[in-house]
Design a protein. Structure first.
Lengths: 370, 370
DNA sequence: ATGAAAGCGCTAACAC
DNA sequence: GTGTTAGCGCTTTCAT
């Protein structure tokens, strides 16, 4: 009874159809099956046909694990985002995934929730699953966590900034572009007192957005008092808190630019609660242009950062790091542009002539118009 | 030069630290390393210590692919959702992922976008990656796609309905509960003419929600004319269209219950565009209670279906199908409850005495109050 | 053009 | 209690 026993069958599920079954059925060796499946040109067309038929009949699916084990490549990409529940990220995930799948990659997603421990375990898990590369789209990450990844000489993509190393590629978002358009739009309407609700300032991308705002303002000869730059945290709750602190000020701004759309939605909500009208009393501008933005009340004027562009750049940059024959293998920086989308949450400032005329004509209505 | 060559090094990245390196460093066999890593009790504590130290020093991470190959289990769970960009799903994904990771599983996510071809490729990819089980949380899926999965005798979880087979577990959402509360809440406020915007009716869960509404209405002796039940598609755009068709009717309802929150947000938007006030003219109720719901203008009254509960049930039901020694291995149906959350988008119907009193007192403000 | 065989990193049976 | 060893399913030499 001992010499005959071959397969111990201690596995939990019955073994699936394997390459050997196909080979037997097609009357060829497993090498030929492998070659056929991988589209190696030297296989006799006749044999290839037999193999494909056998595959069809048996419903064979190559075992990805085994393939990965022998090839050293998993064809999986890691995608790390800040918070999957921030609507911007699902949109990004969707685009990223579509592109990755089209290139034959699977995507492992993880959100850091801004927690270091969580991020660490995320990275360890992805490393262990042998992803071929990781895109860190958190718009900022703590430095020593970066180190963990960098040490592995492993294809990586960061947004905005990252160590200058051969395996690292950076997506350079041109915040200036869109934010300048936003500031100029507000200035053209007549706004002079424009506040800014930033993201969490330990994230470099949040700093970059704030700096772009300050720069655009000074280009127009406008300054922003310190108390008109409030730190938020890129959530609706943070937007509410920041807007409330702005409202409590003696000098209320006539417009507020937010570091992302969730913050802007929170600001809208805070204004609603305190019976301030948007855009009648205060104009609000967001950043990201999430799908939801156009459905806000009023529809949100916002700076669009295209998820599609971001995802395309991320996937291509990763592939450039992974695939030996990628055309842009040497490209380190991948540009992403931004632009303003004007909707209904911005208008002439309160008390100005155009605003009064508009108000009388009743053409533009903010919410809470009393 | 031929007899000596061992490692062909044709792989793309240098081979990582393997179990053999650890064994060598710790001066033990690879079996001992394996036992140590897997927490097998029979290992000598002294040796175990040496092994752990070696692991530490080398930064060894066990290769998940190899583990999966030999054990026949990948410790990956598939999670299929309808649309990752519908905010309900990221919340679900988040909860699901947290639970799965806590149990040592990784999650492969896919959204069908209601496309059959996409769903098919999704299923094939997950099968090929050898996930240990799949939770299909699309709230309805086409029957022959189900078949593809069912045939594989593979742990599966569906929502609401699915084939009665040993490997399949069903999450039974108690729609009646929350929807009855919603209808009774509206009826208590004095609403008699309540419309319903459904989801896409080819999805069984959408039908279940509509039926729960009709049943709750008839329990109160209320009927809903056919034209007051409009089919949406669980998107904001669909909610807008459905609400607009409702508005164009001769007999405008005083309240609208929606099959999900996105539909309700669309409805809010449509009402805003046509200068109808919420809740002054029309009360709106959503379903799901996504995080965003409380930040809508006005904050949305909605039926909460807890993501957490849903995720807990899904992960546990999957584990019951995967793990031989799971306590609830025989449980086929996993209940999930729903309940009403009252916010500001519902009020007394227009023209009724309480509404007039409220209006005069100015206590409750809807948007667009003119 | 095809097949035989080595071996990817690991687990588990078996021998000691 | 520990080591030796046989595969898991596949790709890729190497020999034919």
């Amino acid at each position: 009874m001992s010499a005959l026993r071959k397969k111990p069958q201690n596995r939990l599920r019955p073994a699936a159809i394997s390459i050997r079954d196909v080979a037997r059925r097609a009357g060829v060796s497993i090498a030929t099956v492998s070659r056929t499946v991988n589209g190696i040109a030297t296989v006799d067309p006749q044999l290839a046909l037999q193999v494909w038929r056998a595959i069809e009949e048996l419903g064979y699916l190559p075992n990805t694990q085994a393939r990965a084990l022998v090839s050293g490549r998993s064809r999986m990409l890691g995608l790390i985002v800040s918070e999957i529940t921030n609507p911007f990220f699902p949109e990004l995930v969707q685009e990223f995934e579509n592109l990755a799948v089209a290139q034959g990659y699977e995507v492992l997603i993880g959100s850091t929730n801004y927690e270091t421990a969580r991020t660490e375990s995320l990275i360890r898990r992805m490393l262990q699953r042998k992803v071929d590369g990781i895109a860190v789209m958190t718009f900022g990450i703590e430095e020593d966590l970066v180190q963990k990844l960098v040490d592995r000489e492993f294809p990586l993509v960061f947004v905005d900034a990252g160590p200058n190393l051969p395996n690292i590629r950076i997506l350079k978002v041109n915040y200036g572009e869109g934010i300048r358009q936003a500031v100029q739009h507000l200035a053209a309407l007549g706004h002079r007192s424009i506040a800014f609700i930033s993201g969490p300032l330990r994230l470099r991308s949040a700093v970059a957005r704030r700096d772009a705002f300050v720069k655009s303002m000074s280009e127009l000869g406008l300054t922003t008092p310190t108390q008109h730059i409030v730190e938020g945290d890129h959530t609706m709750e943070g937007g509410i808190a920041a807007m409330e602190s702005l409202i409590s000020l003696n000098e209320l701004p006539t417009a507020v630019l937010c570091s992302n759309d969730m913050t802007a939605i929170g600001a809208l909500h805070a204004l609603y609660k305190t019976t301030h009208g948007v855009p009648r009393d205060i104009s609000v501008v967001g950043f990201d242009d999430i799908h939801l933005a156009q459905f806000m009340l009023p529809p949100l004027t916002t700076v669009q950062m295209s998820c599609k562009d971001l995802a395309v750049a991320a996937v291509e940059a990763l592939r450039a790091g992974i695939e030996r024959d990628h055309p842009k293998i040497m490209q380190k920086e991948w540009p992403v542009s931004t632009r303003l989308v004007v909707r209904r949450s911005t208008a002439f400032p309160r008390g100005t002539l155009p605003a009064l005329v508009e108000g009388a004509a009743g053409k533009r209505r903010g919410i809470n118009a009393k």
